[in-house]
Design a binder for this molecule. Structure first.
Ligand code: 5GP
Ligand code: ZN
Length: 115
């Protein structure tokens, strides 16, 4: 079976502009940014969608949000504020079937609400 594009970025089989990685997660720049800063945080584990989560994934998903917080601090836009977004299913705007948390920020000192 052909692997999804995010699994390929995780394996470094295709290039991704990676800003953070650890044993469970990666964060990389969205290829078509919808805000001045647009990052995606993904678990290394392939889970297709929020709809596919199981009880055992509770800890993983908590850690995913904490990773987004860590990335925002590392990249220096925590204080400017940011949005976190999951699209779920085609009707929810999800095009890539590997769970990803969008981080959208207006950038350094610019509130996202002004964009
Ligand atoms: P979705 O609509 O599934 O929630 O979001 C998928 C996101 O992945 C989109 O914002 C899209 O621009 C981004 N994307 C799609 N293909 C690639 C890719 O090959 N590399 C990167 N870095 N982002 C991608
Ligand atoms: Zn995948």
């Amino acid at each position: 079976m052909e692997e999804c594009i995010f699994c390929q970025i995780i394996k470094k089989a295709v290039p991704g502009d990676i800003v953070y990685e650890d044993d469970r997660f990666l964060a990389f720049k969205d290829i078509h940014p919808k805000a001045p800063i647009h990052l995606l945080v993904v678990p290394r584990e392939h889970i297709s969608s929020i709809n596919d989560l199981q009880e055992k994934d509770e800890g993983l998903m908590g850690a995913l949000i904490l990773t987004a917080k860590k990335v925002a601090a590392k990249e220096g836009f925590s204080d400017s504020g940011y949005k976190l977004l999951f699209n779920v299913g085609r009707g929810g705007g999800q095009l890539i079937d590997h769970i990803h948390l969008h981080i959208l920020s207006g950038g350094y000192g610019r509130p996202i609400s002004e964009i």
